[in-house]
Unconditional design. Structure first.
Length: 355
């Protein structure tokens, strides 16, 4: 499905956070690109912010290939020969001790004596990821006005959401890092513009609201890649499965309210417009005309800043066969390749269903 850019409409891609599960987003994007779906806005948080930046600032003409090369470069080969179930545990343990030379390394060197580092505010230095990003991102290209990229983070001190919009600021590598410092895995924060910033997923792992606020008058078709299943068929069997399920619920897509509210607000604005037009045609007395003039500026402000409808939302959702708590820390090569293929397959299936 190929959509042209229109002045009153835009196509939006929303990318969630989820550590190594971001490779699934890579696969989904490859399929979307194959179908010639071109986005006006790409918004992401955490690893979704990283993916959004690698896509929009691709040093290669083929952004999907650039993203796949980025992910294959992050993968580690040490544990890929281990059977799948055991591999997940070994890969996570390996990363917790040795880090990942392309993503983050222990602050005290290798191996990481993490048991003795808990008096520190973070365990890993993410400078390697900053260096990796500069290999794949052309920041001049990233800051072109189209496609627009929006990254989200959180101000640690204030607890407020902080967004970086390529139409309003020149995004650099520190803006990306500020959107991807996940404290629960010991990743360091980023100091940017006098603020200390953490991962945007702490407030919302599905930053659709930011896309609406960025251009609230433009109707939208949205493609959303969901990394954490909202529904699970079975109850947890043990404590780690309980934690896993709770984590999935906290990070799953919760945008239905945003979609409903966009339609409600648009309907209200439309009603106000009809009332305004009727009053313009009516014969009002002097006092009523004066009141009308006072309200005119407020009406213009409302009509020009609100009213977008999310016309359609396409969800590409990752499924799970097993429930492993630290699956988003498995960077083994076989797992990364599996996630990419899974994302490609699921996106293909969803597109066929929506045609």
């Amino acid at each position: 499905m190929d959509k042209e850019t229109k002045s009153d409409h835009e196509l939006v891609l929303v990318l969630q956070g989820g550590g190594s599960l971001g490779a699934y987003e890579c696969g989904a994007f490859k399929t979307l690109t194959k179908h010639n779906i071109q986005f006006d806005v790409i918004v992401g948080t955490s690893i979704g912010a990283v993916n959004a930046s690698v896509i929009t600032g691709s040093k290669e003409d083929d952004a999907a290939m650039n993203l796949e090369n980025f992910w294959l470069g992050l993968a580690e080969n040490m544990t890929s020969v281990i059977p799948e179930f055991e591999r997940a545990y070994f890969s996570t343990a390996y990363a917790s001790i040795w880090g990942n030379p392309r993503v983050a390394l222990p602050i005290y060197g290798i191996p990481n004596p993490w048991l003795f580092s808990l008096n520190q505010p973070f365990l890993y230095d993410n400078t390697p990821l900053k260096e990796t990003l500069t290999e794949f991102i052309d920041f001049k290209k990233l800051n072109r006005k189209h496609p627009r990229v929006i990254l989200t983070s959180v101000d640690i001190m204030e607890g407020n959401a902080v967004s970086f919009d390529s139409e309003k600021v020149r995004i650099d590598v520190d803006h990306i890092m500020a959107s991807a410092g996940y404290p629960f895995y010991g990743i360091s924060w980023t100091r940017k513009d006098g603020r200390y910033l953490w991962d945007g997923s702490l407030l919302s792992n599905t930053p659709l609201r930011e896309a609406i606020d960025a251009s609230p008058i433009l109707d939208k078709d949205v493609y959303l890649v969901s990394l954490f299943p909202r529904r699970q068929e079975s109850l947890p069997k043990n404590m780690t499965e309980s934690w896993h399920r709770a984590r999935d619920i906290m990070h799953s897509d919760k945008t239905e309210h945003n979609v409903k509210m966009s339609k409600v607000i648009s309907r209200y604005v439309d009603i106000i417009k009809k009332m305004h037009d009727l009053l313009q045609k009516a014969e009002l007395d002097k006092k009523s005309m004066e009141e009308m003039e006072k309200l005119e500026s407020e009406y213009r402000k409302l009509a020009s800043k609100r009213g977008a409808i999310i016309q359609n939302i396409v969800r590409i959702e990752r499924k799970e066969n097993t429930h492993f708590l630290l699956e988003d820390a498995d960077f083994s090569l076989s797992k990364i390749k599996h996630l990419i293929e899974e994302g490609k397959r699921d996106a293909e299936y969803v597109l066929k269903q929506t045609q």
